[in-house]
Design a protein around this ligand. Structure first.
Ligand code: SF4
Ligand code: SF4
Length: 125
């Protein structure tokens, strides 16, 4: 088959093929099992042992005491590499990794997020 003929045949085939890409962000696909995204902090489970801080390879998490048996976590999204080590290190299961991946911010100041009893997940947007 001549080259223009081959191209025309491929073009016709492409018209009827299902698109290989998604019209993101209008359409979203689910993330694969085991994907590591946004961290969730359950302040009520935290005992302030700071094992997560000690084991974090990038110094992205800080646990602070804010009251009697009350703690908050500050996560620096600019430093976090989503390795999940803090989740594994937490014996109280106060940290959880979610499949949420849309964490980009225009303002670098928003990359430091404080999670506590009233705000368990990084704010979106
Ligand atoms: S390891 Fe768990 S319980 Fe300990 S400070 Fe970190 S989040 Fe809290
Ligand atoms: S996911 Fe990894 S890099 Fe991010 S805070 Fe936890 S231990 Fe640190």
């Amino acid at each position: 088959m001549s080259r223009p003929g081959k191209i025309a045949r491929l073009l016709m085939q492409s018209f009827f093929k299902k698109p290989a890409t998604l019209n993101y962000p209008a359409k979203k696909s689910g993330m694969p099992e085991g994907f590591r995204g946004r961290l969730k902090f359950n302040a009520l489970m935290c005992i302030g042992c700071k094992m997560c801080m000690r084991d974090c390879p990038s110094g992205a998490i800080e646990i602070r005491k804010i009251g009697e048996k009350q703690f908050e976590a500050e996560i620096n999204l600019a430093r976090c590499i989503y390795c999940g080590q803090c989740v594994d290190s937490c014996l109280k299961k106060a940290l959880e990794i979610t499949a949420e991946f849309e964490l980009a911010k225009l303002d670098p100041a928003q990359l430091k997020v404080i999670l506590n009893a009233g705000n368990t997940e990084n704010p979106k947007g």
